[in-house]
Design a protein around this ligand. Sequence first.
Ligand SMILES: [Fe+2]
Ligand SMILES: [Fe+2]
Length: 326
Amino acid sequence: MTILVEKPEVVAKVEDQNETSDLVLDGGFVVSKDVAGNDGCVKPEALVSNNEFITPEINAFGQTFREYNAESERQKGVEEFYRLNHIHQTYDFVKKMREEYRKLNRVEMSIWECCELLNEVVDDSDPDLDEPQIEHLLQTAEAIRKDYPDEDWLHLTALIHDLGKVLLLPSFGGLPQWAVVGDTHPVGCPFDGSIVHHKYFKDNPDYNNAKYNSSKYGIYAHGIGLENVLMSWGHDDYMYLVAKENGTTLPQAGLFIIRYHSFYPLHKCGVYKHLMNKEDEDNLKWLKIFNKYDLYSKSKVRLDVEKVKPYYLSLIEKYFPAKLKW
Ligand SMILES: [Fe+2]
Ligand SMILES: [Fe+2]
C-alpha cells in the first residue's frame, strides 16, 4: 500500500529526519528509518502494531487511506477544502479565533450530549470517512481499548478527540469547514513543504511576511515547546481548550493527543520537531499510537452504541464534570 502525498515545492529541512534513530513506540513496535517514503514521511503501514489490531488496506471508498491525489469527485472536494484552508489560516486569524472561542460562552452540555450532537456533522476534509461521527469516535475508542485495556484515559481520549467538530454547527458559530477540520500546522513560521497541497499557501498573506519566514523558527525559538506555538485553528485546539478550561483530570498525554491529532506534518512526517521540548517528545509517542487507530478505524464495522455506552459514561464521570462550558 502506498500513500501519495503532494510533492513538496519546498524541500523541508532533512536534518531532523536524518538524526532520528529507530523509533520505539510504547506499544512495543519499532519504526525504522527505512520505512520512510520518498517524501521523508513515515508510511502508515509501518505503524501497524504487533498485536490484534489489523489495519485494513482500503477505506470505505475503495482507496488507500489519505490518498489525496486520487482522481475522484470527493478528492476534488478535499483539494478545494485545502485550498481555502491554506489561504485563510493566517497568524492573525488563528489568534482572533483562539481569543474568541476560549470564552466558552456558547453552550452548556455534557460530553455524551456532545457525542450525540456530533452525529449531525460530516467532515468534508476527510477522504476516508463518510459515516456519522459518533461511529468513528466509538470505532476508534473500542479499537484502542482492545489493544490497551488498562489505559482508560486513552479510551476516553479517543471518544472525545473529534468533539470540537461541533464548531461547524450554527449554535457554535457555524464555522466553515476550512476553519474546523483537516490537517493542522503551525502559523507564525514557514509552512513546511510536507503539508498536504502546500502549493496553495502562496496565496496566504503570511507566506511572504518576512517576520514569519526569516528562519525555520519564524517568531519562535528552538525547543520552545508546542504549547507556545500557535496552530492553524480547528477542532483540535478548540476541544483542547474545552477540556482544559473545564478542569479535566485527563493526563497530559491525553490533552496532547486531542490538541495535535491532526498535526500530520509532525506525527507523520517528523517536521517541526525543532519547536518541541522534552515533554512534547514524550507525548508524541502516545499520539503516534493513537493516530493509527484514528486513521484505520474508519471502516464499515458497525457498533452497538447502547452496549458500550455505560462504559464510556463511567469514564466521562471519572475525568470530566457533569456539565461543561463550550
Ligand atoms: Fe480529528
Ligand atoms: Fe478522528
